[in-house]
Design a protein around this ligand. Sequence first.
Ligand code: SF4
Length: 257
Amino acid sequence: MPSTTPKKHRRPGAHPAAKGTETEIGRTRRARRVNRTLALTFPDAHAELDFSNPLELLVATVLSAQTTDARVNMVTPALFAAYPTAHAYAEANQAEVEEIIRSTGFFRSKAKNLIGLGQTLVADFGGEVPTALEDLVTLPGVGRKTAHVVRGNAFGLPGLTVDTHFQRLVKRLMLTEETDPVKIEHAVADLIERREWTMFSHRIIFHGRRICHARKPACGVCPIAFDCPSFGAGPTEPEEAADLVTGPERDHILGMA
Ligand code: SF4
């Protein structure tokens, strides 16, 4: 892959997208360049939920609503050991499931969803996790976001996961003016090559968690600063920005800056 890491940034507000003069082709090229640069920044981008089969990822993703992946990863070893199949969830005791997943928050409705999930999988899909988006979204607690996570990561099918980080980043990067998650998904799908959808989601989410934080993004060391119309939303001084970068890739990121 050719090195596409931009070395410079523009004056805050000077980006064509910020001025409203960017063409459609310009936006597509920029989105793909951002994807390539983030691929160099986060070569190990991946789903941060632990799982070993589609059912486990489905369950972990349902649990990840309103909490962190790290928190979910703390409870899933016990949960997966106690309920290894859809049948096991279908027949589970609600209070026992609640006890295991309590620390993930909203544990009553999540436990109810997991049992309902098992029952629907058994009743409608022979106890197996379906691959089709329209089937996945019929499961309790499963929306498009969860369906795409499962399709992209457990089945290797291209899927754009529009979570809160993704929505925030797409807005900052001015890749679309849409605000509805489904419309954002379709707009970004038009910009990014289909085969890249799953990895683009991971890279954007990694970027949002480690560099482009909601309150104080690390603009001064951001590898996609040149392509970002919101450069200047956070500190632009490299030293101050460097302190804001988090995660195991920190040294690598600062080395690219
Ligand atoms: S960190 Fe700053 S420059 Fe980088 S994507 Fe976020 S807002 Fe843009």
